[in-house]
Design a protein around this ligand. Structure first.
Ligand code: GDP
Length: 360
């Protein structure tokens, strides 16, 4: 499933945010997966369509699309040179699909900043540098080995060349995600090396609640990371939502000018950054959301449920969520001609409600 690695300097609010994320009622209500390991949590992609569908189909349960978060504590300036815990622990996010950096922008003088002053720009630079240095260390070991392999096996030439070019790019202080295309580096070639900076970055700015409405302030922060996505929240407020019933949580959010938890925004932005969307299945047993890449075909979408569904794909019965809700039931949608039979070339759309037909 989709996994987002959380990084950031100490004391910026990572654990506060992580705890809020994985224990938030408003967000994770009904979610069966819960916490797997102390630093891994699974939450459901917030999607109000699921409750509507579950009502139409009288579903017993709702299963949102899962999103995992891995909290990586301990990244400090100089980690690549062995400062703090060093950087070997970064291996814990090598399988993440995206890296979310938490940046301190709150002012509280009672919370010590590791570098002595609150400076989002400096912190972002520090973390990016450490991630780049971690990749350079991986490549320092890999390049000589790959070049040797390439001399023996032709099919290793691609990765050997890509790895050497990647090291060159990283040396200029540019991440692979940002610079690879322009440098003519094929990131697919590098996949087996699990390099951290090939992943998209997104940013959470942990701001004081009274700054959440300060558009100029937020724009300044956004400009630090553009074109990467930025989300703004007050981690302390987010953590206070945990134990509140939904209506009181929403009231608290409204009192600081927010219409939903910042965590919902984060998960949605993560989805968007990665070019993902969801389609839905519904029946009396469960209403469920499934994650697919934008552009995925019907058989590929079926394969997310089970590889056999992809192999044996015959056709898909598809109705858009809006058409289904407009009709009021599946039979009414069928009677109105809103349910389409789609073949193997059909490109999935977000919010498609689907039933697959397949050979086993
Ligand atoms: P981590 O080291 O990045 O995991 O940071 P923590 O989540 O442990 O937070 C460090 C300290 O900052 C704790 O005392 C938190 O209560 C405090 N803190 C976290 N987020 C906020 C915030 O948004 N505002 C304020 N004022 N304090 C915060």
């Amino acid at each position: 499933s989709l996994t987002i690695g959380i990084v950031g300097l100490p004391n910026v609010g990572k654990s506060t945010l992580f705890n809020a994320l994985t224990r938030n009622n408003v967000l994770a209500a009904n979610y069966p997966f819960a916490t797997i390991e102390p630093n891994v949590g699974v939450v459901g992609l917030p999607d109000p369509r699921l409750a509507t569908l579950a009502e139409i189909f009288s579903s017993e349960k709702i299963l949102p699309a899962p999103v995992s978060f891995v909290d990586i504590a301990g990244l400090v300036r100089g980690a690549s040179k062995g400062q703090g815990r060093g950087n070997a622990f970064l291996a814990n996010i090598r399988d993440a699909s995206a890296i979310c950096q938490v940046v301190r922008a709150f002012s509280d003088p009672n919370v010590v900043h590791v570098d002595g002053k609150v400076s989002p720009a400096d912190d972002i630079e520090t973390i990016n540098t450490e991630l780049i240095l971690a990749d350079l260390q991986t490549l320092e070991k890999a390049v000589p080995r790959l070049e040797k392999e390439a001399r023996l096996k032709k099919d290793r030439a691609g990765i050997a060349a890509a790895a050497a070019a990647a090291a060159k790019l990283l040396d200029t202080g540019v991440t692979l995600y940002v610079g690879a295309e322009k440098a003519g580096i094929d990131l697919d070639e590098l996949r087996e090396l699990h390099l951290l900076t090939t992943k998209p970055f997104l940013y959470v700015f942990n701001v004081d609640e009274d700054e959440l409405g300060n558009a100029d302030f937020l724009d300044e922060l956004r400009a630090l990371v553009a074109p990467a996505e930025a989300v703004f929240m007050d981690a302390k407020v987010e953590s206070e939502l945990i134990d509140l019933p939904e209506d009181e949580a929403l009231e608290l959010l409204e009192s600081i000018g927010q219409s939903e938890p910042g965590l919902n925004q984060l998960i949605r932005v993560g989805f968007g950054t990665l070019g993902l969307q969801t389609y839905l299945t519904a029946g009396p047993k469960e209403t469920r959301a499934w994650t697919v890449a934008v552009g995925a075909t019907a058989p590929e979408a079926a394969g997310v449920i089970h590889t056999d569904f992809q192999r044996g794909f015959i056709k898909a019965e598809v109705v858009s969520f809006d058409d289904l809700v407009g009709a009021g039931s599946m039979s009414a949608a069928k009677a109105a001609g809103k349910v389409r039979i789609e073949g193997k070339d059909y490109v999935m759309r977000d919010g498609d409600v689907v039933e697959f037909r397949f050979n086993v």
